[in-house]
Design a protein around this ligand. Sequence first.
Ligand code: ZN
Ligand code: ZN
Length: 185
Amino acid sequence: MIYNVSQLMKSAPGTTLDVELDNEDGLDLREGEADLVGPVTGQLRMHRTNQGIYVDGIVRTAVRLQCTRCLREFTQALEFPLREEFYPTVDVTSGAPVSGPHDADAFAIDSHHQVDLREPIRQALVLALPMKPLHSEDCAGLCPRCGKDLNDGPCGCPPEELDERFTALRALFPDAGNAGDNETR
Ligand SMILES: [Zn+2]
Ligand SMILES: [Zn+2]
C-alpha cells in the first residue's frame, strides 16, 4: 500500500494514475480496532494536483464483528470510499525541502516520493465500521431473562413475568401503562 509517485509528481496537474490496491503490507490496525478476515483490495486513482496528490477510490475488505443483540460473531463485507490528499515534503526534481501551505489533515509524501496509504485506509475503515453491528437487520436478540437466543425460536419464559417488571413503573407513570406491550409476544 506504499506507492512511489515521483513520476506523477513530475507530471502536469490533472494527470492521473490508476492503482490496484494490494494487500502486501497489511494495515497497522490498533488493538481491538477491527478484526480483518479478508484481504484489503480496491481500485484507486491518484490525481496530480497543483500542490500534490489527491487519491480517491473504493476500498473493500471483510471484518469479523459481534452482533450487539444476540452476541454471535459474523463476517461482514465492508466497502468504503477513500479520499485523501497528500502533499510533498521535498521537491521531486531538486530534492529541496518543500514547506508550502497545505491542509492540516493532509498526509505527507515522504522524502522518497512515496505515498503510504495504510494510515488513511485504516482511518477510513474505522469510520466505515457499523456503530451497532447486527448479524441480521431483524435479529431477535437474547431473552433478557433466560438468555436464550430468540433467533433460534421463542423461549419458555411466560409473558406474565415480564409484565411484573413494569408494575412498579406503571404505578409511577400511570400514563405509561402500555410500556410492556412491545415486549409481549
Ligand atoms: Zn444477532
Ligand atoms: Zn426467556
